[in-house]
Structures are given as structure tokens and as C-alpha cells.
Design a protein around this ligand. Sequence first.
Ligand code: SF4
Length: 273
Amino acid sequence: MTTTPAEFMGAAPAPMNGSSPWASRYAAELRQIVTGHAVRAPRNVQKHLGPSELGSVCDRQVAGKMAGLPTTNHVADPWPSIVGTAVHAWLAEAFEAENTRRGLLRFVTETRVVPHPNHSGTADLYDAGEQAVVDHKVLGETSMTKVRASGGPPRKYVVQLLLYGLGYRRLGLPVQRVALAAYPRTAATLDGLYVWERHYSTADDELLTEVFTQTEYRKQWADALLANAAALNDVPNSPDDSECYFCPFYRPQSARDQGPGCPGTVNPKGPGQ
Ligand code: SF4
């Protein structure tokens, strides 16, 4: 019995990402265009790191970024960052429209601030009514849980906020508090919106002094990497699953093949060693 092409195609397993072979191929092409553009986004090629990157606990990650080393992490998908970028643009429009509706300049959106001569950045929101600097974060469930935990957000988020706060103070504007507004990325409603805040105190200046000192140390490693006087894995690291997964240098296989990238939390000697 001969099988017709239609019968053959009908018996084939359903394509994963489309209703037909054409649709599946087209889904793959759409994905390739989206991820290709994300990789080329300016935030991925900067070498003067901004406030969002200086507070990482990992010297190796920050030094590698400063040196502009190539990305070796092909585990992380750019979609969360694409969604975050799009939501930030929408929120900026929303708060500007609120100013227009009220006839009052309460919210200042997407403003360049310079907390340090070499490390400027764009702050999401300044609320003149509350004298507060606000950073929007669009978070998955795991990150949201960490922000809600009693210890508050991870150090890098706190440092980022404090740097924006310092930048605004350097513009001559009062900053009473910094706030992280966490929006649920995967939920169907805004019920999970959560705000964490910190009232400004002199302890914040001490933390930022520590960050600037740490940044100078990391710059020395970046110089060594650029001069080929050191390799990435010579730089001290602080592996942490949530940090490593999104790190551009994460490559678990490097624990075994000694190739490029950082093994992160993977033990080069194998489990239990
Ligand atoms: S993979 Fe982890 S330990 Fe390695 S550089 Fe990145 S954040 Fe640091």
C-alpha cells in the first residue's frame, strides 16, 4: 500500500512551535530575529558599567564585563530582558501621561544621572512628591520571592538604587528614600506588585564608598584581562545560582573542558568532591 504525501505529513508528530511545518519554521525565524536583536542591544556592548552592574557580588563577572570579554552563556534566554525593556518603556509613558493629566511635574522618567564620573546611568523614575527615587523591576517568581524575603532585595539592586539616589542628589534634588517597584512578569494580574523601600541614611554613603573601592579593584583585574596578563578564571569569583544563570560568562561545561567561560557553581572536581 502506498502512502500519499498528505497521509505521511498527517502521521508526523505535531510541530512544537507551530500549527504546520511552515508555521513551525516561521516561529524559529521569528525567534532568531528577536534573540539576534537582543544580543545586539547597546546594554550588551557597553564597557563603562552602569549602576545596575556595579553592585554584583562577583568580582569575576564585573571585571569580565569591564574588559568586554565575549559572552559564553548560551543557557540564558533574552526573553525576560526583552519583556523588561518593553515594560519600562510603557511605564515611562504612563507616568508622563499622569503628569499631563494632573498638570503637574511630579514624575521625572528615564533621566541620566552621574553618581560617579565613570559610571553614569538612566534612572527609571524620580517622584518629586515623595522625594523618592524608584526603580522598576519586572521579575519572575523566584526573584520576586527574594525581594519579598525579610532580607530585602539582593545587594546589586540596593546598590543600583542608592547610586541613582546619589545621582539625583548630585543634580540638586532631595532624595528621602529609594524604592524598588517589583512587577510580576509571569502573573496574569498586577495583584503581586510589591514595593520595597529604604530611607536614605549616612550608612548608604558608606556602602557606596565600599562599592567604589571594590570597583577600582575590579578595574585592575579588567586591565589585566585586556593585557592578557590574567585569564577570566584567575579573577576571584562568588558563585551563586541565581547570579550565575544570567551571567554572560557562565558556561558550566568549562568545569570539564577547561575552555572559555566560568563554571559558576559547578564543581570542577565533580559532585561530592
Ligand atoms: S558564572 Fe557566576 S561565579 Fe562565574 S563570573 Fe559569572 S557570576 Fe561569577
